[in-house]
Ligand binder design. Structure first.
Ligand SMILES: [Zn+2]
Length: 296
C-alpha cells in the first residue's frame, strides 16, 4: 500500500486506496474493495512498458504505442487486480449513450460499439478507457450484476450514467438503493474548459444544467471561476464544466444513495505525471482503464 502519490485526496467523496501491485500503481474504491466476490480497479500511468508514453501503463491501442506493449500492460493490469484467466469485453467507445448488455458465455474478440456495458456473468471483465472522461463502475450486490461506463461530456449530456443504472436495475435485483457506484480520476472543473455549445447541449437535456457550468471571464484565473452562466451584460463564451457533479446527480436521481457513491477528485489535468490527460497533453497521450468483474 502506498500513499505517496497524493491521489487519495481529501476532496474525494468516499475513500480510495492506492495499491502498488507488481510494479503498477492502481486505485481502488474502498467501498467496492469491501465486496468479497468483486474485483475492480482504476489504472494510473505508472508502471507499464509502453513505447509511448515511454515506460507508461498505456492500456489503449493508440497509434503511438505498440500493440504488444499494450497487450502486456493489460495482462499485468488484470493480473494485479486478481482477474487473470477471466474473459475481457472490449468496447469501441464513440461518446454515445449506447449501453451493451453482455450475456454471451463466449466473448467475441471483436469490440462492441458502446460507451457502457452491463453483465450478470462471473469472470467477465468489463472495461472502459479514459484520459479525462469519467470512468464509472456500478455494482448491484444482490444480483451480482456489474457495469462500466465511459462518460465524457457528450455521454453525460445524453444521460449515460442514469441509463446504465436503469439497465442494471432491469437485469439485476431491481433495487436502486442497494447499488454501489465509483468514479475514478477524470478532468476536474479546474481544468475542463468548454464552449457555449456544450452548455447548450446540457440545457437541452436537463433542467438546471447551468449548475454544472461556471463562467470563465477573460483574463480571470480558471481556478476561481464565477458560478453560473453569464448574463447578457457579461458576454462570456467559455465555461468550466463539472462532469463529476453531473454524473453524481444522475446517479442520485436514478435512485442510487449518495452514501453509496465514491468519487475520486483527482484531476487528470492537475496530475499529468500520474494520470493521462488528453487535454493537457494535446491528444498525444495514453489511456487509463477502469475494470470490474465478479469472481463468482
Ligand atoms: Zn485540474
Amino acid at each position: 500500500l502506498v500513499t505517496d502519490l497524493g491521489l487519495t485526496d481529501r476532496n474525494s467523496n468516499g475513500k480510495f486506496v492506492e495499491l502498488k501491485e507488481k510494479g503498477l500503481h492502481l486505485l481502488k474504491s474502498e467501498m467496492l474493495a469491501a465486496i468479497p466476490w468483486l474485483r475492480h480497479g482504476f489504472s494510473t500511468r505508472l508502471g507499464g512498458r509502453s513505447i509511448f508514453p515511454p515506460g507508461a501503463l498505456n492500456l489503449g491501442f493508440t497509434d503511438s504505442d505498440s500493440r504488444e506493449a499494450v497487450e502486456a500492460n493489460r495482462m499485468a493490469f488484470f493480473e494485479a487486480l486478481g482477474m487473470d484467466g477471466f474473459s475481457v469485453v472490449r468496447l469501441r467507445q464513440t461518446h454515445s449513450s449506447q449501453i451493451a448488455l453482455f450475456e454471451s458465455t463466449r466473448p467475441s474478440p471483436a469490440a462492441i460499439e458502446a460507451d457502457a456495458v452491463v453483465t450478470r456473468l462471473p469472470q467477465v471483465i468489463l472495461t472502459v478507457l479514459t484520459a479525462d472522461c469519467v470512468p464509472l463502475l456500478i455494482v448491484d450486490p444482490e444480483s451480482r450484476t456489474v457495469g462500466a461506463v465511459h462518460a465524457g461530456w457528450r455521454g453525460t449530456a445524453q444521460g449515460i450514467a442514469a441509463k446504465t443504472v436503469a439497465t442494471l436495475l432491469r437485469h439485476g435485483s431491481g433495487s436502486a438503493f442497494q447499488l454501489c457506484a465509483s468514479m475514478g480520476p477524470s478532468i476536474g472543473p479546474c481544468c475542463y474548459e468548454v464552449g457555449v455549445e456544450v452548455l447548450r447541449s446540457f440545457q437541452k437535456e436537463f433542467t438546471g444544467a447551468d449548475r454544472y457550468f461556471s463562467s470563465l471571464l477573460p483574463g480571470r484565473d480558471p481556478a476561481h471561476p464565477v458560478r453560473g452562466p453569464s448574463g447578457p451584460d457579461r458576454p462570456v463564451e467559455r465555461f468550466s464544466l463539472d462532469l463529476l457533479a453531473a454524473n453524481r446527480d444522475q446517479l442520485v436521481e436514478a435512485g442510487v444513495l449518495p452514501e453509496n457513491i465514491s468519487i475520486s477528485a483527482s484531476c487528470t489535468g492537475c496530475h499529468p505525471e500520474l494520470l493521462f490527460s488528453y487535454r493537457k497533453e494535446n491528444g498525444h497521450t495514453g489511456r487509463m482503464m477502469a475494470a470490474i468483474a465478479s469472481v463468482e
